[in-house]
Design a protein around this ligand. Structure first.
Ligand code: UDP
Ligand code: MG
Length: 230
């Protein structure tokens, strides 16, 4: 790690068919970057988008050399996109957030301060006032309660897209299928220290959710695997 006063921040953003929201997302992220550490990179992982997402991302790259783009030929999933981005990053601290502006870029500094000053290895966002459909909020409450009850990490929100990691924590993760939902547990099991802080959450105003109930069924085997393994 370099000099502690000057950290490099890597921001990793998984993108799947987000042409409607990308411009607004990039503008909002760019407006908060000057308040974070100067040295940064924004890693977009295009997860096999079929719309104009990749062209829009190339436009950001043309304007800003801190932008890096990786692109999958076919859609692989958020877990795979995150893991690929983690493999490519070179920062000391790693920020993940979704590209649809449900996670607010203005909340990044709160999580970064916590990880830098309090010695945690992973700080998760907690969408205390979550702005998703009733069914999704209830399903997630049940999941978070069961996870906190059965496993060692007591959190209200395992699956917020906004998280800040130590570099080595992000690099240690090999996520696939539905495993991005279990990141706090996977990190905790390796002996790292995990916490959460409340963050603001927004309704998805642009584009569509990629994780409805159909996707949940597809990821169900991973959820059972985790239950049995733990
Ligand atoms: N995403 C992805 N690959 C997928 C599905 C989603 O990279 O197969 C990205 C998506 O573009 C977004 C984030 O993962 O940046 C979260 O997806 P979404 O907002 O659709 O999930 P939700 O908030 O509805 O649970
Ligand atoms: Mg979303």
């Amino acid at each position: 790690m370099r000099n502690r006063a000057c950290h490099m921040i890597s921001i990793v953003v998984p993108v799947f068919n987000e042409e409607e929201s990308l411009e607004a997302f990039y503008n909002e992220l760019s407006s908060v970057l000057p308040t974070l550490d100067k040295d940064h990179e924004i890693i977009f992982v295009d997860d096999g988008s079929k719309d104009k997402s990749l062209d829009i991302l190339k436009g950001f790259f043309a304007k800003n050399r801190n932008v890096k783009i990786f692109s999958f030929r076919i859609n692989q999933g958020k877990s795979e996109a995150l893991t690929y981005g983690f493999g490519k990053l070179s920062g000391d601290y790693v920020v993940t957030l979704d590209a649809d502006l449900q996670d607010k870029p203005s909340e990044i500094s709160k999580l970064l301060n916590k990880i830098k000053k309090e010695g945690f290895n992973l700080v998760c966002g907690w969408r205390k006032n979550r702005k998703d459909s009733f069914a999704k909020v209830v399903a997630s409450r049940i999941f978070n309660s069961l996870a906190s009850y059965f496993w060692g990490v007591k959190l209200h929100d395992y699956n917020c897209g906004l998280k800040v990691y130590d570099r080595n924590v992000a690099k240690s993760l090999r996520l696939y299928g539905g495993l991005h939902r279990f990141i706090p547990l996977l990190v905790f099991q390796q002996g790292f220290i995990v916490t959460e802080i409340p963050v603001e959450h927004e309704k998805r105003k642009l584009g569509k959710s990629k994780y409805g109930f159909s996707k949940l069924w597809k990821d169900l085997p991973d959820i059972f695997t985790m239950l049995f393994l733990n």
